[in-house]
Ligand binder design. Structure first.
Ligand SMILES: *Cc1c(COP(=O)(O)O)cnc(C)c1O
Length: 397
């Protein structure tokens, strides 16, 4: 008898009890706006920033309305504006080129390797085209960060990291988000902590963070922050920086603080699930798993494999057969962008040069969410289904 999977690929875990209690307390006192504090009360948003700075080792942190907002703010704080060009990944999600477009700049797309990281040779060839790289650690795959930083430093290119899928991850012992000038995180429901919507920005750069705080809509209340540069850093910046409101509120911050304390445990749980899937899909003919080097301390909130150089209709057959058995797979090779999945050539507001090597890889990327509501047995069953259906389509060919 063939067994089908019946779990939901979009169902996350509930907010932990400590988050529910903290949220109730905020709603009961009613001071949801981060600058609405009574007496010497410290706002939940300010405490969240202080705790996330200490967790990542960053000097400064700012809580904002979304991951996309964190990226546009980082770009603006680095002086990127109308007509500028920004290097970024060809393999990423729409909010990344969207953040570049939001500040009036244009992306220069850099290719992807079979290990699903940015192609450092392609990057090296394009470094003279922009002053900033918005590096997306897409789906949690982290490139050789020492090499990348050496290339960018030598070319005078500022790095901003999109860590939407690498909160809690590291390369060679250094947290993702700590390599570049800014690290940007999302706390949206599908990321590593869940406040519905939300974002975090970290940096060691005092001027850059003072600009980011003013940009986020701090009025002249920046002294209410704790993980912020000293007031003197704001002396000129407070007059020169527009207020583009995108603050986080105390309710979301209250929900997030207990989740951040659990991040390492959750990361281990994700990786246990990844290991079961990877073991179940090892040695399947014509199915490749991206290589994960020992320096890469990833957090596997999703799972990818490649069906490289397959006919498109065969890939589609695999997706359909898996879907019929309850396994929801996303594909980066489809002709049309669907759901959360789109490709650099789907973003028609941004001109792009063809990237034939990346096109070949994108056409083979199959992607799956890995919510923590899946048990290890669920993951074993999912692997078994994918394995069987890939082999069935391959053998029929
Ligand atoms: C989700 C996501 C973002 C931004 O997140 P939002 O909070 O939804 O704006 C940025 N980059 C990547 C790769 C993402 O998946």
């Amino acid at each position: 008898m063939t067994q089908n999977f019946t779990g939901s690929f979009t169902q996350q875990e509930p907010i932990p009890q400590a988050g529910l209690d903290a949220a109730m307390a905020v709603m009961q006192h009613g001071r949801l706006h981060r600058y609405n504090t009574a007496g010497d009360e410290i706002a939940e948003a300010a405490l969240l920033e202080e705790e996330f700075a200490s967790q990542t080792g960053a000097q400064f942190c700012l809580a904002v309305a979304s991951g996309g907002y964190a990226m546009t703010t980082a770009l603006r704080a680095c002086g990127v504006g109308h007509g500028d060009r920004v290097l970024t990944n060809a393999f990423t999600l729409a909010p990344v080129p969207g953040a570049i477009a939001a500040v009036g700049a244009a992306p220069v797309f850099v290719g992807v390797t079979e290990d699903l990281v940015i192609d450092l040779d392609d990057l090296a060839a394009k470094l003279d085209q922009a002053k900033v790289l918005l590096l997306s650690h897409m789906r949690g795959h982290i490139c050789d960060m020492r090499k990348l930083m050496a290339l960018c430093d030598a070319a005078g290119v500022t790095v901003i990291e999109d860590c939407a899928h690498t909160m809690g991850a590291a390369w060679d012992g250094i947290s993702s988000g700590r390599w570049g000038k800014f690290g940007c995180y999302s706390t949206q429901t599908y990321k590593h902590v869940n406040s519905g919507e939300g974002g975090l920005l970290i940096s060691d750069d005092a001027t850059g963070m003072a600009r980011a705080i003013m940009l986020s809509g701090s009025y002249m209340l920046f002294e209410k922050h704790r993980a912020a540069p000293p007031p003197e850093t704001f002396a000129q910046i407070k007059y020169e920086t527009p207020n583009i409101s995108g603050r986080m509120d105390n309710l979301r911050a209250a929900i997030l603080r207990p989740q951040l304390r659990d991040l390492d445990t959750q990361a281990r749980r994700w990786n246990d699930r990844y290991d079961v899937l990877a073991a179940g899909l090892a040695d399947v003919t014509r199915l490749t798993l991206p290589h994960r080097p020992p320096e890469e301390n990833f957090v596997a909130s999703s799972f990818q494999f490649l069906l490289l150089d397959w006919d498109k209709d065969k890939v589609q057959q695999v997706l359909q057969r898996c879907a019929a058995r309850g396994v929801e797979l996303k594909w980066f090779g489809g002709a049309e962008p669907t759901g959360f999945t789109s490709r650099y050539d789907s973003w028609r507001y941004a001109a792009s040069e063809p990237l034939p090597n990346s096109d070949r890889i994108l056409a083979g990327i199959v992607d799956m969410r890995l919510p923590l509501t899946f048990s290890l047995d669920d993951c074993a069953l999912i692997a078994q289904i994918i394995r069987a259906e890939v082999m069935a389509v391959y053998q029929a060919a």
